[in-house]
Design a protein around this ligand. Sequence first.
Ligand code: NAP
Length: 436
Amino acid sequence: MSAVKVALLGLGTIGTGVADILLNRVERIRNVTGRDVLLTRICDKDASLKRDIEIPSGVLTNDPELIFNDPDIKIGIELIGGIEPARAFVLRLLASGKNVVTANKALLAQHGAELFAAARQNGCTIAFEAAVCGGIPIISSIATSLQANTIQSLDAIVNGTSNFILSQMEDGGTSYSYAVKEAQRLGYAEANPAMDVDGTDAVQKLTILAQLGFGVDVDWKKVSRMGIESVDAIDFKFAKDLGYRIKLLAVANRGDEGLELHVAPTLVRRDNPLARVHDVFNAVRVVGDYVGQVFFQGLGAGRKPTASAVVGDVIDTVLGRAKITFDTLNLWNSNRKVVPIKRTDNFYGKAYLRFDAEDRPGVMRDFAAVFGKNNISIASMIQHEKNDQNNNPNKQNAVIILITHEAREGDLLKAIDELEKIPSIQGKIIRMRVQD
Ligand SMILES: NC(=O)c1ccc[n+]([C@@H]2O[C@H](COP(=O)([O-])OP(=O)(O)OC[C@H]3O[C@@H](n4cnc5c(N)ncnc54)[C@H](OP(=O)(O)O)[C@@H]3O)[C@@H](O)[C@H]2O)c1
């Protein structure tokens, strides 16, 4: 069989790993596909930069037109990241009849519908296993092996950087800012880690998984999102006392009134398998009506795991498996069932609240009244004495930690708003979700 020519756009962290496999595992890939898969062009902004892999001469260029205009190249791998020019490049690849492999979740979350339409129009495919959870084969599992099921729920740790930061805070007892610096020192967090710690990255991945698993169309910007920035070292101590660990969970839940979607720091009961996922690891738990619970765990980022998923997609594309999957994907197509998305106000769940209050008679009665009025009942409560911030010996403060019973989120937010207006409650109330 003839060789298949492949091109790569973006020779950064993941691109280098992909080039390494494609250039150095030619025989293995030939054994699997029955063909020579040749990486004939690599385009990067800076073609003169020294790389830590050996690239045959004449392959590296800074001119993407050499890829778009070469009819012999059948597969384009987009590993530039971000929205532009990645979006324009993918559209050019598809317009020139090339199949696409990408790891770009931001691009898919924002422009998936447009790119999938262009692929269908041109008879091409887009494969994107690496876009969610790096090396974990979650896209192909939902798209193929779990197809017999109606998926009931999906909860996941999809951002390795925030999981590392939370693990450092819990295991090492470090502050949030120290844990962020440590993540940056080890190369797990970027100089500006905003998208990881504010939940944006997790929401984009959840949106892709939910669209695939539940056949819905979701705008990722409208998904309920809380980041980990306000989690304090003290929360881990209280969570531990109450039998929980803290994780940034991405959750999609099918209910009678529609699909509940959110990303939030969450107290996860210690015997829940998600509570045992540490450091930069990712995990996804899927519950299907026939299969029951399936749990995936692995490295969700990094050069080698992500490159492994990208090259898996290249092999699937060469074999024609990607075409079968792409043509049957229930994603950004016209025959999707409409599953309503639940309003955030109508989410139900337990909540963890932490706040500072003056420690004097009557204070508890005040906030108990607010909870009662808003239909919220308290499941457990811890009160710790605390020094007054101004060292005033006549003023006693307490930090109050409580877990509510299941409550409607709209009621909870109203109660928090009212509590923050009580003069004896100081500062903002810290809120997290709770999952048993
Ligand atoms: N890193 C991970 O662990 C990971 C995990 C899963 C998925 N992903 C996804 O994989 C993709 C690549 O991530 P990465 O970490 O490898 O990013 P990266 O290290 O920043 O690599 C991107 C490369 O593309 C180059 N580039 C930028 N603009 C270009 C242009 N116009 N033409 C050609 N090359 C251009 C960059 O050059 P300059 O450096 O000169 O700008 C850089 O070499 C992203 O979509 C990311 O979300 C990454």
